[in-house]
Ligand binder design. Structure first.
Ligand SMILES: [Fe+2]
Length: 246
């Protein structure tokens, strides 16, 4: 499996505090069957103003430590970009930290926000060749209810990828708008499922409970599409199709 949403680099956001914590998360993910991750630390100035070069240095350090410990986990570039003018402008100018070959990028908004010109700004980045991936769409007020689902469908039909968290699927309905995660999945809107793990403690909720819930809802075809094929396509900057129930 390939997990394109992890907070695995130490000391730079709300992920692991130390290298030991970071390596414990890497080990837990690897033991859960994850072979590749994107290190998507937050880029959220001024709280977490992470820049590409320090992120690259930390990824290289992590790769060295994983090799020394014999942990087989590939680390891809990435970041969880905060939706705000400054961060979007920097992505438009070739900054930020997209995935893999530099086209797809992960972006989050505040759960209760309804940013002005949200859809238009994403479309404008698409016209520049970028591919937005919306992080944990199940959390957002703008996608609540029937009107919200229609809005999300509109974005997905324009080639924007909707990501949900494995942990939310496992928690079922009622938590963090967890019902939305299942509904979006069964409506065929979801193109990517990730762990969004911040520590090794998050791994069982994602890769035991959450993965079982995904298997129950969509079978092996959903796991293959959402945790292997589509992540690989996003790393290569290719189009992805949301998983559709049979
Ligand atoms: Fe995250």
């Amino acid at each position: 499996m390939i997990d394109l949403h992890t907070h695995i680099l130490p000391g730079i956001d709300d992920g692991p505090k130390t290298w030991d914590d970071s390596l414990a998360l890497a080990k837990a993910l690897s033991e859960a069957g994850v072979s590749e991750v994107a290190a998507t630390s937050h880029i959220k100035p001024p709280v977490w103003p992470n820049e590409p070069q320090p992120l690259a240095d930390l990824r290289a350090e992590l790769v060295r430590k994983l090799e020394a410990l014999g942990i087989a986990l590939v680390i891809h570039p990435g970041a969880e970009h905060w939706y705000c003018g400054a961060v979007l402008d920097s992505l438009a100018e070739g900054g930020g930290q997209p995935y893999g070959n530099g086209r797809a990028f992960l972006v989050e908004i505040h759960p209760n926000d309804d940013p002005p010109l949200f859809d238009e700004r994403l479309y404008s980045l698409q016209r520049q060749g970028l591919k937005p991936v919306l992080a944990h769409v199940e959390r957002y007020r703008i996608f609540e209810g029937k009107k919200g689902r229609l809005r999300l469908r509109g974005l997905v039909e324009r080639g924007i990828t909707a990501q949900i968290n494995l942990g939310t699927l496992g928690r079922g309905f009622g938590w963090a708008r967890g019902g939305n995660a299942k509904r979006f999945l069964m409506d065929g809107l979801v193109g990517l499922v990730c762990g969004d793990c911040h520590s090794s403690d998050d791994v069982p909720a994602a890769y035991d409970t959450g993965l079982s819930a995904l298997r129950k809802l969509g079978g092996e075809s959903a796991i293959q599409r959402l945790l292997t094929r589509n992540p690989r396509s996003l790393l290569a900057g290719k189009e992805v199709d949301p998983w559709q129930p049979a």
